[in-house]
Design a protein around this ligand. Structure first.
Ligand code: MN
Ligand code: FE
Length: 336
């Protein structure tokens, strides 16, 4: 029987235990980049954050609301992502080098989940409040429900990726999970927390968000390579009608992310008005569309050029920190 790896999905002739020789070298590269980016939340000191959080004057109500909203969204979103990855995506992507990457990504999602445990613990937040926000805050619930609905078919035990309609279902789910959840729904929050850090507020959490964002940009890169490979190997699924359906979903997601941005930060932050967060969402959405060969929709300028500048992240910059936790650099990463 031939052991050739013929395609990234629907390849029953492939032995999932034989990783060599490799066919999809990009998957291997993303794995290595992920390993090079290794970090853990406890390496980041929360001492200044705790002082500011307990102080009556260091943070205003707008800033506190924004921080709580982002902890509320991300604390459960990371687990939702991990569950989707391990319980649904892994089953249908049988190629061994892709699975090696998926295992690495799953580990990184565990690190992210741990980050929010660490934040809740150090700031002394009530976990019942934070971890219920995805059910009690409509602008958070709407985002999670949107992704859960899009990724439902992956959880159907009878679902297979055989046939055009099923490959489309799988692609729709992958786009919902990688492009929309990790590529759009995370980014208003990233911009808010990094904007706060630039004002020297909650710099510990801000730094953890930088590391999470660096990981997420790799998850997104892998996801887009996976999506584009499935499209290339199954060109009959990428019809005009299907592309329009995907564009429509992405437009709906942008509406939800803007709602979230206005709800989390209605007054804006010092020097940033609430509208700019939604312009940023439009800007990064255009980048996501280009990545999967769809036309951009908004043509919006990036209101936060520092988001791509502040992202060339290396632990060397923390020379003033007491703990030296230098890992190999992750190399050039596409941050937006
Ligand atoms: Mn994550
Ligand atoms: Fe992720």
């Amino acid at each position: 029987m031939s052991q050739q790896k013929r395609g990234i999905i629907n390849n029953s002739a492939v032995d999932p235990n034989k990783i060599l020789p490799m066919k999809y070298l990009w998957a291997r590269q993303h794995y290595k980049d992920g390993v090079a980016n290794n970090w853990a939340p406890e390496e980041v000191s929360m001492q200044k954050d705790v002082e500011q959080w307990k102080s009556l004057t260091a943070l205003n109500e707008t800033e506190r609301r924004m921080i709580i909203y982002n902890l509320g969204f991300f604390s459960t979103a990371e687990s939702l992502t991990a569950n989707n990855l391990v319980l649904a995506v892994y089953k249908h992507v049988t190629n061994p080098e892709c699975r090696q990457y998926l295992l690495r990504q799953a580990f990184e999602e565990a690190i992210h989940t741990d980050t929010f445990i660490y934040c809740c613990d150090t700031l002394g937040l009530n976990p019942d409040d934070i971890y219920n926000m995805y059910e009690t805050i409509p602008s958070i619930k709407d985002k999670d429900d949107f992704v859960v609905n899009l990724t439902k078919s992956l959880f159907d035990p009878n679902f297979t990726t055989e046939g055009t309609a099923n490959v489309q279902r799988f692609l729709r789910d992958l786009i919902g999970f990688y492009v929309i959840m990790e590529g759009i729904f995370f980014y208003a929050g990233f911009a808010m927390m990094l904007a706060l850090k630039r004002q020297n507020k909650m710099v510990g959490i801000g730094e953890q968000f930088e590391y999470i964002m660096r990981d997420e940009s790799l998850h997104l890169a892998f996801g887009c390579d996976l999506i584009n490979t499935i499209k290339a190997e199954n060109p009959e699924v990428w019809t005009t009608e299907f592309q329009e359906e995907i564009m429509d979903l992405i437009k709906q997601a942008v509406v939800l992310e803007k709602q979230y941005a206005f709800d989390a930060c209605p007054q804006g932050l010092l020097g940033i008005n609430a509208q700019q967060f939604s312009e940023y969402v439009e800007h990064i959405t255009d980048r996501r569309l280009e990545r999967i060969d769809l036309p951009k929709i908004y043509g919006t300028q990036n209101p936060f050029p520092w988001m791509s500048q502040s992202t060339d992240l290396s632990k060397e910059k923390n020379f003033f920190e007491t703990r030296v936790t230098e890992y190999q650099s992750g190399g050039a990463l596409e941050w937006e």
